[in-house]
Write a protein that binds this ligand. Structure first.
Ligand code: 6PG
Length: 235
């Protein structure tokens, strides 16, 4: 596990954007699962401006989770990526594999899981992403694996229906085994609000059993925490 600390969210997002660009010159086809939430916004803006002319044609885009809403809904993780990155960078639609938030959640879990088995290389009997990019909520959730459904970290299927603990909103999420089967897992975490969890997970290394993010442990790949100083030092 590697930790990289950055002075600002912009420096963090710029560094990860460069990592993504470096991936594109790596091999024929690269399978990347994107995060939702607000942190990706800065990353997408940097990708769509600084790296607008990068050749993105080798990357296939997926999601770690999606809200069960229409792709036109402001809460859609796909819509955020489409507006801030895919459209300005002219990413080919055939390279984008969104979770269909408008579908029945249980049917979409089955459809997306089948898609991953069909499109991704299989390692350890599971679809293997080249890169899974994750965020972490203030309750320690990641993707849409929330503390009250932490059993999804060991779920038998690669996708599951999750429920937001406050709003009750249904989500489609990748589960722990497929996330941990990735070649590279990267957390992008910024802001003072995340400091208490980061302190528990990465510094004190106790009292984190209930945080799903703390159970992200690659089985054969690499885990990197990209953190800004506010999240790592509470400053
Ligand atoms: C989502 C995300 C979720 C997110 C965390 C952190 O759909 O909301 O996938 O897991 O990464 O909630 O969100 P912020 O980046 O907004 O802190």
């Amino acid at each position: 596990m590697k930790k990289i600390i950055f002075k600002t969210p912009h420096a963090l997002a710029s560094a990860f954007a460069k990592q993504l660009v470096n991936l594109t010159s790596d091999k024929e086809v690269i399978h990347v699962a994107l995060s939702g939430g607000s942190t990706p916004k800065l990353l997408f803006e940097i990708l769509a401006t600084t790296h607008k002319n990068n050749d993105w044609s080798r990357i296939r885009f997926y999601w770690g989770d999606e809200r069960c809403v229409s792709p036109c809904d402001s809460q859609s993780n796909y819509l955020m990526a489409k507006k801030l990155f895919f459209n300005p960078a002219n990413i080919a639609s055939e390279h984008i594999f969104r979770m269909l938030g408008e579908n029945d959640p249980k049917q979409e879990v089955e459809r997306y899981g089948d898609l991953l088995y069909k499109l991704l290389p299989i390692v350890n009997d599971l679809p293997c992403f080249d890169l899974v990019y994750l965020g972490m909520g203030e309750d320690g959730h990641t993707a849409s694996i929330f503390p009250h459904e932490i059993e999804l970290m060991n779920h038998s299927e690669v996708c599951a229906v999750a429920t937001h603990p406050v709003s009750g909103q249904k989500r489609v999420t990748l589960t722990g085994p497929i996330i941990n089967n990735a070649r590279s897992i990267v957390f992008l975490i910024t802001g003072k609000a995340k400091y208490p969890l980061i302190k528990s997970i990465l510094k004190d290394q106790h009292d984190f059993e209930n945080f799903p993010a703390a159970h992200i442990q690659p089985t054969h790949g690499h885990l990197t925490w990209y953190l800004d100083e506010a999240a790592y030092e509470g400053g």
